[in-house]
Every structure is written in C-alpha cells, then in structure tokens.
Write a protein that binds this ligand. Structure first.
Ligand SMILES: [Fe+2]
Length: 260
C-alpha cells in the first residue's frame, strides 16, 4: 500500500473525509456550481472522498441523493439546510481547529489548547456523525440486513425487530441534542446500540485510540496529589511507542466502518 493510500485510510478510519482543498471546493464549489455542472474542484474533492488521493483534513461529502429524495420523511429544505449549512459548518470549524492547533504548535503556545481540543472534538465528531447520518438513509430502496450482518444482529439482539425497538427507544430518549447509533464494539465483538449525548465529550467518532492517558485522580493521587501536570509530564516518558506503532499499523489497514 503506498503512502497516500495509507494516509487516506488512516484519515478515513479517523473519520476524516478529505483535504483542506477538498473542503474549500466542497463548501464553496457546491455553492458556486449549478446542478449537473461539475467543477474541477468538485471532481478533485470526489477523488479525495473516494480515497484516490491523500487526504489531510475534513471535507463535506456531497449528499448521496438529491435533497428532496427523502420526502415525505424529511423535506428538501430541511435536508438542504442540514447538509449545506449545519454539516458544512462542522467541517469548516473542524479544519479551522486543526489549523489553529498547527499554529499553536509552531508558536509553542498552548494556552488555548483546551478550547481548541474541544473545538476539534465537537466539530470533527459532528462532521463524522453527519457523514454517517446521510449514508444511514436510503430513500429509494431501504434494504434489510443480509448475511453475516443479519446473523450478528440476531445473535446480539435476538431479532431485527428487537434491535429496531431498542434503537428507536434510545433515539427518543436522548436527553437534549444528540444521536442514537448502532455500533460495532470490537473488544467484545458485539453490536451495541448507544446514545450519543454531547458528542464533543466522546471525542472523534470513528477514531481508533492508539495511546491513552488516564487523568482521573485515582490514576495519580497517591503519588502526585493535586499535581496532575507532574504526573502527566512523568507519564509522557513511559509511553510504549512501539506498541502504539503496532496499533497504528493495524488501524490504518482497517477501512472506516461507515465507508463501503
Ligand atoms: Fe445534524
């Protein structure tokens, strides 16, 4: 696998969908283009989404169907605004956060790191989840699960009807803004239904953690008491980068779960 393909897969697995040029062409190219007219930038964006060229930032993928295709379930105006304004804003702001973090690294100035990390998690999660949302619907021929997927659903939920009942209940019961999702939990090899509230708190959906540091007080209080920075500084010196590298190799080979 060449580097650009690996990079594309890594970022696809991470939930990214394209490059900064792609973002700008997606957001502004769509606004500028008329129906049926493909600009050079839009084609370049599509190549990035397909993983044909390296991607390094988020893009706004085009809707996989026309805005009115989901009527009467969801009206065209709602879909248009949702995709072109809301989803686009998540993409734009996720990339802005990446740009600002790059500037902070360059300057060695991390005083805004908390706000920027939150902005990245909030907006990147929004970008990834909206991408998956559009792909989760099929206006013309909603298909039933088949084969291995159908068997897994039966094994984990008892039946498709039981899964649907749990999913609908979870979606209805989300407190405030949020999402319901059917997810693959690889550590127990089961499908699970989850509620996603405050999606920024759950960082970037689709991301595969490679290194993790526990900063709950139970992880350091006996030795460091309230001095978490000392614990973190010390902890940075004991990271097993070799094992992280193995996990990275594995993760970049795995295609993003929501792309097929
Ligand atoms: Fe949304």
């Amino acid at each position: 696998m060449d580097l650009s393909r690996r990079e594309a897969l890594k970022l696809a697995a991470w939930g990214a969908a394209g490059a900064v040029l792609g973002l700008r062409s997606a957001v502004f190219g769509q606004a500028a283009g008329t129906a049926g007219e493909k600009t050079e930038k839009m084609e370049s964006n599509e190549a990035k989404i397909k993983g044909e060229v390296a991607m390094s930032e988020y893009v706004l993928p085009p809707l996989p169907y026309s805005a009115d295709a989901l009527e009467p379930v969801i009206d065209a105006q709602t879909v248009g605004l949702h995709h072109d304004k809301h989803h686009a804003a998540y993409v734009k702001n996720a990339n802005a956060a990446l740009d600002q973090l790059a500037a902070a690294r360059k300057a060695g100035d991390f005083k805004a790191v908390k706000a920027l990390s939150l902005a990245l998690a909030f907006n990147a999660s929004g970008a990834v989840l909206h991408d998956l949302y559009w792909q989760s619907m099929d206006p013309k021929s909603p298909r039933e699960p088949k084969g291995k997927f159908a068997k897994q659903i039966d094994a984990d939920f008892g039946s498709l009807e039981a899964l649907k009942a749990q999913f609908a209940a979870a979606a209805k019961d989300v407190e405030g803004s949020g999402w319901a999702t059917l997810a693959w939990e690889p550590s127990i090899e089961k499908l699970v239904v989850l509620q996603i509230e405050k999606h920024q708190n759950l960082t970037v959906w689709g991301a595969t953690p490679l290194v993790v540091c526990d900063v709950w007080e139970h992880a350091y209080y006996l030795n460091y008491q309230n001095r978490r920075p000392d614990y973190v500084d010390a902890w940075m010196g004991i990271i097993d980068w070799a094992s992280a590298g193995h996990r990275f190799e594995h993760a970049v080979e795995a295609p993003a779960a929501h792309r097929h």
